[in-house]
Design a binder for this molecule. Sequence first.
Ligand SMILES: *Cc1c(COP(=O)(O)O)cnc(C)c1O
Length: 233
Amino acid sequence: MENIKDNIKIVLDNIEIAAKKAGRSKEDITLIAVSKTKPVECIEEALKNGLVNMGENKVQEIRHKYDVLGNNVKWHMIGHLQTNKVKYIIDKVSLIHSVDSLKLAEKINAEAVKSDKIMDILIQLNVAHEETKFGLMTKEVTDFIIAVSKLSNIRIKGLMTIAPYVINSEDNRHIFREIKQLAVDIKRKNIDNVSMDILSMGMTNDYMVAIEEGSTMVRVGTGIFGKRDYNKR
Ligand SMILES: *Cc1c(COP(=O)(O)O)cnc(C)c1O
């Protein structure tokens, strides 16, 4: 196993450094440990070292890990979600980061009604047009949020984006800045059931820059658990 304990310390220190640089407090930033492809033992090690928020991108994997760890973990769905699978995770996850279609939002709402819960969601934005087909274009987002905000059992908590993979994290700074500005603009509209308290942006390669530009949730996988082996899943 990677030295998860040491890695967590390094990431938390970096979060504090980046927050300070931006005149922010480290308490304003939540670290999501992205545990996809990693075994339950790795998550247990992260839990032992003070983390509770785990990010997963496959419904099947959340179900399996939930069977073992249950609500000891706050599960975050960060990957593309198919409407027919919403029912399997609606009672397991604390936040869905990847809502990008009205069809999906309506399905989440319907399942939340059935489970008698309010589901917190983020709206995923597509800023890296070639690299991912998921997420909304920035020009579509306001109308989309207004439509979703009318659903009874969904609360929009903010925005999420996956920036492109870059060697130099500075290359993504303008993206994070743009998303932050978009959140400010949306907040000003005071839409019912919509807050812009969460900005889920920044991954292993660029979370410090993301924090400097206003991120409140960073999703760090490799930086905590080491490289992923997709053949082993
Ligand atoms: C895998 C993944 C991450 C973590 O990526 P790392 O580069 O390993 O930190 C973050 N966000 C999403 C949506 C992911 O799929």
